[in-house]
Design a protein around this ligand. Structure first.
Ligand SMILES: [Zn+2]
Length: 251
């Protein structure tokens, strides 16, 4: 995972500064950040930066790539740790962040999933995404989609130059419809209600949030690293109506 891991870290660090601490994510000796950490942790007073390992207010949390706690490799699939429960993170926007002004009644939608071998397991059929967007437009919502060069555009695109811009855009929405991934963690951190298309890859009881509508198609998560028939069937079981009902329940 990418951005989602760092957003989950911000949930673990919540409140540290108020206790006089900062959280060091690493192995107890070295702070280990990933490629997106700097962006996600920007302005966050609860998190220590690489190089601050020996500061007096450091509290270690052994959460880093290869040691995330919510899963471990089972060879060709993830073995999920059902004792792990993610908590909403937090994002600290500052003067240097882009601001968007979208008006009310905005639904943020993103049909694209990152291009990884497990991508087919996370992809809800595009024709259904389109149908959902059309139905909601007819119902009077303003549907927006981040425009960053993703392969499929199904609604008005609004330019975002990086994930942080995407989060700033998401923050303006009344609610969001998202695949399981970085953006659903962002929605939870920003307090944006969301309908999340989980399907059969990841269990919502581990990586989902209570205040979201999490759709699995009734599947038990398999974690398969590559295209999986069970996951395709799980996605196929999630109907347009399920998503529209989720939107209704979110409001
Ligand atoms: Zn599967």
């Amino acid at each position: 995972m990418g951005h989602g891991d760092d957003i989950m870290a911000t949930g673990m660090a919540k409140g540290a500064k108020a206790r006089g601490k900062r959280i060091a994510f690493g192995d107890g000796n070295r702070i280990i950040w990933g490629p997106f950490s700097r962006d996600i942790f920007r302005n966050n007073p609860n998190i220590a930066h690489p190089g601050q390992e020996r500061d007096k207010d450091i509290e270690w949390v052994k959460y880093y790539k290869g040691n995330r706690g919510y899963n471990k490799s089972g060879g060709n699939h993830w073995v999920w740790n059902y004792d792990f429960k993610t908590k909403p993170g937090e994002i600290f926007f500052g003067q240097d962040d882009v601001g968007y002004c979208l008006g009310s009644n905005v639904i943020f939608i993103e049909p694209n999933v990152p291009n990884k071998p497990c991508a087919p397991n996370k992809q809800w059929p595009l024709a259904r995404w389109k149908e959902v967007a059309e139905e909601l437009e007819l119902a009077g919502f303003n549907i927006v989609q981040p425009e960053y060069g993703g392969p499929n555009r199904i609604a008005e695109g609004i330019r975002t130059n990086n994930f942080r811009d995407g989060m700033a855009l998401l923050k303006q929405a009344k609610l969001a419809i998202l695949p399981e991934g970085g953006l659903h963690h962002a929605a939870a951190a920003l307090g944006v209600p969301a309908v999340v298309l989980f399907g059969g890859f990841v269990p919502p009881s581990v990586l989902g949030y209570h205040n979201h509508i999490n759709l699995t198609g009734g599947a038990v998560a398999c974690g398969s690293f590559t295209r999986c028939q069970h996951c395709l069937e799980a996605m196929d079981k999630i109907t347009v109506d399920d998503v529209l009902k989720g939107v209704e329940a979110c409001q």
